[in-house]
Write a protein that binds this ligand. Structure first.
Ligand SMILES: [Zn+2]
Ligand SMILES: [Zn+2]
Length: 144
């Protein structure tokens, strides 16, 4: 996937009716270049050098505004902190039980809508989580 330019990000914010601020541009551009499903804290720690006035609360509020506008998805992650995904299309994840990292994974289409119709269930969202141990954690185990 091609990286978003600053102009792309600005029009993304405007199209979603969001105020354009340097912090908001920075959060979206960080999420776009580091497609690692960061936690709010990770985003905050990575950006606070560039924006010394940035607080963790601002990052949380920013992510909340992005979620309300539908340009970012929250991925709840069991006992780990929620991760945030700039990819809002239906897609699936490998989830590492050891470090909590999430990686996008492509799967064939799942007939969720058809099954939901049969059960008169209104689907709001879904994704498949494939749990396991990521390669980084696995190679750490092998070294010990
Ligand atoms: Zn891991
Ligand atoms: Zn994802």
């Amino acid at each position: 996937m091609e990286a978003l330019t600053e102009l792309d990000i600005i029009s993304m914010l405007k199209d979603s009716g969001l105020r354009v601020t340097p912090q908001r541009i920075a959060v979206l551009s960080f999420m776009d270049t580091h497609r690692v499903h960061s936690t709010a804290d990770e985003i905050y720690l990575s950006l606070k050098q560039e924006f010394p006035s940035l607080s963790a609360a601002t990052v949380y509020n920013t992510l909340r505004a992005f979620m309300d506008a539908g340009i970012v998805k929250e991925l709840r992650n069991g006992d780990h902190a929620s991760r945030f995904d700039i990819n809002t299309a239906i897609h699936h994840h490998f989830v590492c039980d050891r470090c909590g990292n999430m990686t996008d994974v492509e799967l064939p289409e799942i007939p969720v809508e058809r099954v939901a119709r049969e059960h008169h269930f209104e689907v709001l969202d879904y994704h498949v989580e494939i749990r396991g141990i990521c390669s980084a954690c696995n190679s750490e185990t092998m070294m010990h």
